[in-house]
Design a protein around this ligand. Structure first.
Ligand code: G1P
Length: 303
């Protein structure tokens, strides 16, 4: 039997309209997606992950005061000129080499902060009639193989809609979208599970499981039609989770336990922990950082 060929995932949406109030005053005049983990902005990691997954078109749904993101993905003539005159090859490479071809980076504005579902819907005309990915730059995944690439490979096998998921403590369910697992399809601890429902940010006593959605999605274009009519849900916002839940029954919705560690950079401790974890991955930083951290922990009385 020949395997059914699923339409290639060529486009990604980066919803980057959020205000980043948890990081004030740092985000007063700078987009939260530009906060650096070691020496790269969060949005740059999201871009690299999408690129590694074979994505060709990068769609940013922005808001006001997000100009620095567009500048980051553009040439910077003055800087490039200075670096090349000084023969700073490494610096020049990390500044420009990765910038995609003109026309493959697209920006549109959300205008009003009505929720993640609304942000994704704002990109409907740019998506058209093909499946697409969504990456939330706040969720940074440290993994050998890019998280979205793992999901794309899974998608090539099963099609449908795929959500990156991870197990969390029960007390944290009200921070995330939670999967109601269809136990007829697989064991609830399988790598790939099927959803029979999704709930956005349920209280622990109401949560159908402790399997949470992280900011990685592969979605069928039909979700845009549902989003067009989607009423506000949890937190008074138009929720992507609710629209995906509506698709269940019409098309498959899977949760995929990717290999890797997710750092929730939407909060202070996750962001600081990500900085340490990603810095420790760097050969040029690791040794010196460990020495300094030992000193830091010592002085702070951490055993
Ligand atoms: C969003 C989604 C939620 C998901 C989370 C992952 O929430 O609505 O379902 O679990 O991202 O980070 P937000 O973090 O925008 O509140």
């Amino acid at each position: 039997m020949t395997k059914k060929k699923h339409k290639k995932i060529r486009k990604v949406i980066f919803p980057v309209g959020g205000l980043g109030t948890r990081f004030l005053p740092a985000t007063k005049s700078m987009p939260k997606e530009m906060l650096p983990v070691v020496d790269k902005p969060l949005i740059h990691y999201a871009f690299e992950e999408a690129h590694a997954a074979g994505i060709e078109e990068f769609i940013f749904v922005t808001g006001r005061n997000k100009g620095a993101i567009a500048d980051h993905f553009d040439y910077s003539y003055e800087l490039q000129d200075i670096l090349s005159n000084k023969n700073k090859k490494r610096e020049l490479k990390v500044t420009t080499e990765w910038i995609p071809e003109a026309g493959n980076i697209i920006f549109t504005r959300q205008r009003q902060p009505l929720g993640l579902g609304h942000a994704v819907w704002c990109a409907r005309n740019l998506i058209g009639d093909e499946p697409f990915a969504v990456i939330l730059a706040d969720d940074l995944v440290l993994s050998k193989k890019a998280c979205l690439k793992q999901m794309v490979e899974q998608y090539e096998d099963c099609g449908g809609n795929i959500l990156g998921v991870m197990d969390i403590p029960k007390s944290d369910t009200e921070k995330y979208g939670i999967v109601d697992i269809d136990s007829k399809f697989s064991n609830s601890d399988a790598k790939l599970v099927k959803a029979r429902g999704l709930v956005e940010k349920p209280a622990p006593e109401k949560a159908p499981s402790t399997l949470s959605i992280i900011g990685r999605y592969i979605l069928q274009p039909e979700v845009m039609d549902i989003l067009a009519k989607q009423k506000a849900g949890a937190g008074g916002e138009i929720q992507l989770t609710d629209a995906i839940a509506t698709m269940i029954g019409r098309s498959d919705v899977f949760g995929y336990r990717y290999d890797g560690v997710r750092y929730d950079c939407g909060g202070l401790t996750g962001f600081v922990a990500a900085n340490v974890a990603f810095a420790l991955e760097r050969e040029d930083v690791r040794g010196r950082l460990i020495n300094q951290l030992v000193g830091v922990f010592d002085r702070a009385g951490v055993k």
